[in-house]
Design a protein around this ligand. Structure first.
Ligand code: PEP
Ligand code: MN
Length: 352
C-alpha cells in the first residue's frame, strides 16, 4: 500500500501512523517531499486497515505499480528539484554542468581546474578523493587530504563539491567536506552504503551500475528514498555491451525513459561512458536533447600527467568550446544553463 498524506502533515503524526501499522504487524517506510509525505507499507491491504487509516491525515491510498513507489512519477506527480549547496538546483529545467578532475591530485591541480571550469560556467565541481580503481596498484585517491582540498577549493571558488564515497565507514567524513555524495557505478547496488548516505540527508548522485537494468537502478534509488532522503540525482554513465571501441555504451534511451517513469532529476556522464574526449562534446549535446538535467564532465589541464582517467578528460579549452555549443543549443530547446552559484559569480567578478 502506498499512502499519500495530506500536505503539511507533521512528522509526529506520521510516526503515530507507523506505530499503528507496526502494532498490526506491518513495516512501513516514509519519505518527505517538501510539504508532502508518502508512506509505503508493503503487503498492507488498505480496505482491511480502513478504520486505522481514517484516524490520520490520509489524502489517498494506492497499490504499487511496476516502478518502485517512492521514485515513481506517481509519488509526486511532477519532476522533483534537488538542491546542491546554496544556489544550484537539478530538475528545474536548467542544465547543470558539473565539471572537474576525475581525481583530486593536489592543490595546484585542483585549483587550476576549478578556476578554469568556474570561469567557463560550471555550476559545481567534481573530484574524487576515494577512487574505485580496477587495479589495486593504481592511484587510489588522496583520501582525507583530498577531501580537505575539495572543501578549501569550494570555499575559495564558491562552487559546491560532488565527491564519491566508497565505504560506509567514510560516509560521515565525506559528508563533512562535500555538498553531494556520489555513489559510483561499482557501488550502485551496495545496499548498506546506500542506506548510510541516505542517513546524512545530503543530496546523493547515484550512478547507474554498468550492468544494472533500469529497474535495478531505480530500486537502488528507492533504497535512499525509503530511508527518508528524497535528494537523489540519477546519473547514466554507460553500460557494458559487446562494443569495444568505446569504454562503455551510453544508454540515452534510459535517460528519456527514466525521465518519464521517475520524478528524480537525471544527469549524464559522457566522460566515463565513452572514455574518449572527442566523443564527450557530441554526447553532452545528445544528453541535453534527450532531456537530461545536466552532465558530469572530467576536465584536466594536463591529461598526459593525470593520475586517473586522463585519457578521457576534456582540456579546459575544449570544455570552453563545449560550453559555447551548449549555449547555442539550449535556447532551441527552451532551456538555459543553470547559473553559477552567486558566491562563485561574486568571486569571479572580484578577480576581473
Ligand atoms: C567517477 O565519476 O569518478 C567514477 C569512478 O565513475 P563511475 O563510477 O561511473 O565509473
Ligand atoms: Mn574516473
Amino acid at each position: 500500500m502506498i499512502v499519500t498524506m495530506r500536505s503539511y502533515v507533521t512528522d509526529y503524526e506520521i510516526e503515530l501512523l507507523q506505530r499503528d501499522l507496526r502494532a498490526h504487524g506491518y513495516d512501513s517506510y516514509r519519505c518527505r517531499f517538501g510539504d508532502q509525505v508518502t508512506v509505503v507499507a508493503p503487503g498492507v491491504d488498505p480496505d482491511l486497515l480502513s478504520d486505522i487509516l481514517a484516524l490520520y491525515a490520509v489524502e489517498r491510498t494506492a497499490s504499487p505499480g511496476t516502478v518502485p513507489p517512492l521514485v515513481s512519477m506517481d509519488a509526486v506527480g511532477r519532476g522533483s528539484v534537488v538542491r546542491l549547496g546554496s544556489g544550484v538546483e537539478f530538475g528545474t529545467g536548467d542544465f547543470v554542468v558539473v565539471a572537474g578532475p576525475c581525481a583530486v591530485e593536489g592543490p595546484e591541480q585542483l585549483d587550476t581546474i576549478a578556476d578554469l571550469v568556474a570561469a567557463q560556467g560550471a555550476a559545481a565541481l567534481r573530484g574524487g578523493a576515494f577512487k574505485p580503481r580496477t587495479s589495486p596498484y593504481a592511484f587510489q585517491g588522496l583520501g582525507r587530504a583530498g577531501l580537505e582540498l575539495l572543501a578549501e577549493t569550494s570555499r575559495r571558488t564558491g562552487l559546491p563539491v560532488v565527491t564519491e564515497v566508497l565505504d560506509p565507514s567514510d560516509v560521515d567524513l565525506v559528508a563533512e567536506h562535500a555538498h553531494m555524495l556520489q555513489i559510483g557505478a561499482r557501488n550502485a547496488q551496495n545496499f548498506p552504503l546506500l542506506r548510510e548516505v541516505a542517513r546524512t540527508g545530503l543530496p546523493v548522485l547515484l550512478k547507474r551500475g554498468f550492468s544494472s537494468t533500469v529497474d535495478e537502478w531505480l530500486n537502488a534509488a528507492e533504497y535512499i528514498l525509503c530511508a527518508n532522503n528524497a535528494n537523489v540525482v540519477l546519473c547514466e554513465r554507460g553500460i557494458r555491451t559487446f562494443e569495444g571501441r568505446t569504454r562503455f555504451t551510453l544508454d540515452l534511451s534510459a535517460v528519456a525513459l527514466v525521465k518519464q517513469l521517475c520524478h528524480l532529476p537525471v544527469i549524464v556522464d559522457p566522460s566515463h561512458a565513452t572514455g574518449n574526449p572527442d566523443l564527450v562534446g557530441p554526447l553532452t549535446l545528445a544528453a541535453l536533447a534527450a532531456g537530461a538535467d545536466g552532465v558530469l564532465l572530467d576536465v584536466h589541464h594536463n591529461a598526459a600527467a593525470a593520475l586517473c582517467d586522463g585519457a578521457q578528460a576534456l582540456h579546459p579549452a575544449e570544455f570552453g568550446v563545449l560550453m559555447g555549443r551548449l549555449q547555442l543549443l539550449l535556447p532551441a530547446l527552451d532551456r538555459q544553463l543553470a547559473p553559477r552559484p552567486e558566491a562563485t559569480a561574486a568571486k569571479l567578478a572580484a578577480l576581473l
